[in-house]
Design a protein around this ligand. Structure first.
Ligand code: FRU
Length: 548
């Protein structure tokens, strides 16, 4: 039976939610089983899953192409259905200059790249609720890395096809001449037990706006790896392409899977890497790779490792490692360090700017969290500030990109000494020098505040959000800074976030901070000198379509 007859029998395309194509089956999930014949319901319908199962016709050479065509039509239906959910909801926690979703749940940044005169940044979105469900890719572009706008229909990739019907998961982009290539993980769940099927997929565009899905480029899992294998990062190495994937070994140990290719289409497995780290968590997500000052680095998000600090209780971590790639494409890893010591920094991606800087963006949020105060208004999570990475005298340095200075507005002069000062805004940039034993409260009102404290005895910096409206996640982060005499902080604040760049970029802490709308004061105890303070303008709205 041809695919078109199957769709007809299932009540037509409007009645089709998704089509799956595992093993020898074609499975059609329908909206309304009333449109199916009684005979079909009796013979092949699963009422709990709302799915009709057919046997694939092994001789149907056109099936693959037809599935792609039908996927395009389902994508159109999904786009139309999502339109009402792309209207941004009002919320006092909505950031002024960070990227947040119009509605629903945002997570990882994806496909961060410079291509044909613009920076492109995509992100994971479930538009319909603050839940981790079938992910879409939203597309933004910018000329200056500060003001971002939706491209075309904003939802570039929807979970419309047999290979990504339960989520167009994370991945990176490659710019090849006039072609922009998006590599991503297709996530599919099969049968009642929701068996996970993962493939690594490709979508391409000639105009940088409209993408055509090409389907899986890697259909099989690497040997000894569970279906937790995802988030392709493609790099050029020794005249060939390498794809790095976050993976989980069958004994539930996180590893890096590496594939190679000459043409970006045919990929062969090279190795599972990372054994030199031993047991380093049960899964590694979202690998990135870059070189700073002749040193190669790999970034991963390991799940289930132990933090050096007892206040860090959640299993999700971010980590940068020194990497050595050999001529076969295998990688040796050493010296794991947190990239960000705050609460909310996950799945980072980086690009190289036109002038050669390494700039990184991450999800300012963590997996498993589904209840922040913004959920009351129907949206959740945001992306971090863009930061520039460098490697100076053997040390990783991270600073906010200089382009952000374009948001600086009024300079605020804050009188010296202790006490409270109302900035009348939560969107500000503040540079301070703090002595050991001092503390600084920000986002302060009568009902709460977030505290930055320097403990003299332990020589630790504490970031404490226990007196805020936080509903889940850790409330304290700590960081040993025993070498510094005093501590310099460069603080970037927005309506529901704080990012602390510590001692000229030697460490960073990113945090979601939810406080009441009037929590606009700061206060100091002990010696805290204000070096500079600006209120920040809003960036251009990321909910405007640049083609309109
Ligand atoms: C990380 C992650 C990725 C996955 C994506 C799905 O936050 O779990 O591994 O591709 O989110 O949205």
């Amino acid at each position: 039976m041809s695919l078109l007859s199957i769709i007809d029998e299932c009540g037509g395309l409007e009645n089709v939610v998704r089509i799956l194509s595992p093993d020898t089956r074609i499975i059609v999930e329908v909206r309304d089983c009333g449109l199916l014949s009684a005979q079909l319901v009796r013979s092949s319908y699963h009422s709990a899953l709302k799915q009709v199962t057919y046997c694939k016709d092994a001789d149907d050479v056109e099936l693959e192409q037809q599935l792609l065509q039908v996927g395009k039509l389902i994508a159109q239906q999904q786009l139309a259905a999502a339109q009402d959910y792309l209207v941004p909801v009002q919320c006092p926690h909505r950031p002024n200059w960070h990227i947040s979703p119009p509605q629903g749940l945002l997570n990882d940044p994806n496909g961060f790249i410079y291509h044909q005169g613009q920076y492109h940044l995509f992100y994971q979105l479930y538009p319909y609720a603050c839940e981790h469900k079938d992910k879409h890719w939203v597309h933004l572009a910018s000329k200056d890395l500060v003001n971002w706008q939706w491209q075309s229909q904003s939802l570039t990739l929807t979970p419309s096809d047999w290979f990504d019907s339960h989520g167009v998961f994370s991945g990176h982009a490659v710019s090849q001449g006039d072609e922009l290539m998006l590599f991503y993980t297709g996530n599919v769940r099969i049968d009642e037990q929701r068996d996970r099927h993962t493939t690594q997929c490709l979508a391409t565009s000639k105009d940088g706006i409209t993408f055509t899905k090409q389907g899986p480029v890697i259909s099989e899992l690497p040997p000894g790896v569970t279906p937790h294998c995802r988030d392709p990062k493609v790099i050029r190495h020794n005249d060939r392409w390498l794809m790095l994937l976050g993976a989980q070994r069958e004994d539930e140990i996180g590893r890096l899977a590496i594939y190679q290719s000459d043409d970006l289409k045919k990929w062969t497995f090279v190795a599972l890497c990372g054994d030199e780290l031993g047991d380093f968590g049960y899964m590694w997500e979202c690998p990135d790779f870059f070189t700073l000052n002749n040193q190669d680095f790999i970034v991963i998000c390991p799940q289930g490792i132990k933090s050096a600090y007892p206040s860090h209780t959640v299993p999700h971590h971010n980590c940068i490692l020194k990497a050595a790639l050999d001529s076969d494409g295998k990688v040796q890893l050493c010296d794991p360090q947190p990239l960000d010591h705050g609460f909310d920094f996950y799945a980072p991606q980086s690009l190289q700017t036109v002038d050669g800087r390494r700039v990184m963006c991450a999800w300012m949020g963590l997996p498993d969290e589904a209840n922040h105060p913004s959920v009351d208004n129907g949206w959740m999570h945001q992306l971090t500030t863009l930061r520039q990475l460098s490697y100076e005298n053997g040390q990783l340095i991270q600073r906010p990109i200089t382009e952000l200075q374009s948001l600086r507005g009024e300079i605020i002069s804050i009188p010296a000494g202790e006490g409270v000062f109302d900035l009348q805004s939560k969107a500000f940039e503040l540079k301070v020098t703090m002595q050991w034993g001092s503390s600084l409260q920000v986002h302060q009102s009568e009902s709460g505040y977030c505290e930055i404290r320097l403990d003299k005895e332990s020589k630790k910096l504490y970031l404490d959000r226990s007196n805020t409206l936080i509903r889940e996640g850790d409330t304290v982060r700590e960081l040993s800074l025993d070498t510094s005499e005093s501590v310099q902080l460069h603080i970037l604040s927005d309506n529901s976030s704080l990012e602390l760049f510590i001692n000229n970029g030697a460490a960073v802490m990113s945090a979601r901070i939810f406080t009441s709308e009037n929590a606009t004061a700061i206060s100091r105890a002990g010696q805290v000198d204000i070096d500079a303070c600006w209120l920040l303008h809003s960036a251009a709205s990321p909910f405007v379509n640049s083609q309109e």
